[in-house]
Ligand binder design. Structure first.
Ligand code: ZN
Ligand code: ZN
Length: 410
């Protein structure tokens, strides 16, 4: 892919994604293999007025070696200075850009339990700092760039070079960039459209949503009272608008943690801790997963579900038309950032406080008291299909068709 268009993408990530402000600290997390793109992002950030750009490099090959050779104790250790650094970033009101190029299944040969313990130890230590991004106090954004191995997983019949080029094309198309357009203006338009859909859904204040399709999904998801459908960009308390996910096509809301009943069948594989879980399903009773199954990597699901109580309950429900840009490309990306935007999805684990009136100002206990969910996990999985019907039921029993045959009808 030529440099000019990649620079355009870097500018979009920094300006429409993280929307770094004059004098602000931008922290970029990137793989050493994506150094060129990270450097473009740093340059565009300084040009946009960033006060400082800090880059946190990582290398999955070295991380893989660590899982292979280090003791559990060593893997679970989080140094005090790491926590102090995070606190310092928050004190400076930093914003964050995460550059994702993860190879699906890269950690599939690593002991799932060992990985899970290490991840959980880290997340537990980091939990006090999670609210800064989870509650949108500071801006954050995730964008993706294609690594050669990821590209080959998506396009196994192409050469490495062709595959990477094809994945670049797909990513750029999904984030609305082409050689001649102004992608920032495209995103302003797109954000306005998503906001209009959310406004309509909010006006109904549904009691619950009823999902049915040919795969066998028959699920009633109650929403918390005073819920807020959100989509597209978010705004920090100080009024800075940003796009947490690029791409994004979803309108998402907060399920009531204890009022989800029925069975849901996943419609796409799930990349989880470096494993790819396939053909899986969950049965919920009173909001809790009481039964589940998977044709492949069921153990990875078991580990995730046993992380904490919140991992067995929903924290997000999201609506996306089957007829939408990413869905229409008909590519399995093996990456949640893309695949979740191709299909209606649910997430097990933490809710987003922004989906509740006054939520971002509440303590975790208050959000829980309103039916929100808390967990160190937030695992999205896709269940939308071409024949999905979604009906919204209001408190006075009115049944409003929201989706018919996979698409929005309101
Ligand atoms: Zn979502
Ligand atoms: Zn999610």
């Amino acid at each position: 892919m030529e440099e000019a268009i990649i620079r355009k993408y870097a500018k979009l990530a920094v300006c429409s994604g993280a929307n770094v402000q004059k004098g602000q600290l931008l922290v970029i997390t990137a793989s050493v293999h994506d150094a060129a793109f990270a450097e473009y992002c740093a340059e565009e950030a300084y040009k946009a007025g960033a006060g400082k750009v800090a880059i946190r490099w990582n290398d999955d090959t070295v991380t893989h070696l660590a899982y292979q050779y280090e003791s559990q104790e060593s893997l679970c250790r989080v140094a005090d200075w790491e926590l102090a650094r995070k606190q310092d970033e928050i004190d400076q009101k930093a914003c964050y850009l995460y550059i994702d190029s993860e190879v699906p299944g890269f950690f599939k040969d690593i002991d799932a339990d060992k990985m899970q313990k290490a991840t959980m130890a880290r997340r537990k230590k980091m939990k006090p700092y999670q609210a800064y991004t989870m509650n949108n106090i500071g801006q954050w954004s995730i964008v993706a760039v294609p690594s050669p191995q990821w590209a080959l997983k998506v396009f196994p019949d192409k050469s490495e070079e062709q595959a990477q080029e094809a994945l670049w094309d797909a990513i750029l198309q999904s984030v609305r960039i082409n050689r001649t357009n102004d992608p920032q203006a495209e995103w302003e338009r797109h954000d306005r459209q998503l906001a209009e859909h959310c406004r309509l859904l909010n006006s109904y204040q549904f009691d619950y949503l009823h999902f049915t399709n040919g795969l066998g999904t028959d699920l009633k998801v109650h929403l918390v009272k005073d819920h807020i459908w959100a989509g597209g960009g978010s705004t920090t308390p100080s009024g800075v608008f940003f796009n947490p996910n690029m791409p994004t096509e979803e309108c998402f809301c907060m399920p009531d943690r204890d009022h989800v009943d029925g069975t849901v069948y996943a419609s796409k594989p799930l990349s989880l801790s470096g494993k790819v879980v396939e053909n899986f399903w969950f049965t919920f009773k009173d909001g809790r997963v009481v039964d589940y199954g998977a044709e492949k990597e069921k153990e990875a699901l078991a580990n995730m579900l046993s992380t904490d109580e919140g991992s067995k309950h929903l924290g997000e429900v999201a609506l996306i038309s089957y007829d939408s840009p990413i869905s229409n490309m008909n590519i399995m990306f093996f990456n949640t950032l893309f695949d979740e935007n191709a299909s209606c999805h649910l997430a097990l684990g933490a809710c987003y406080p922004e989906n509740l009136e006054g939520g971002p100002d509440m303590t975790e206990e208050e959000v829980l008291a309103h039916g929100g969910n808390s967990s160190v996990n937030h695992v999205d999985f896709m269940f939308g299909t071409q024949d999905m019907d979604v009906t919204g039921v209001t408190f006075d029993g009115r049944r409003v068709p929201i989706f018919r045959a996979g698409n929005f009808v309101i």
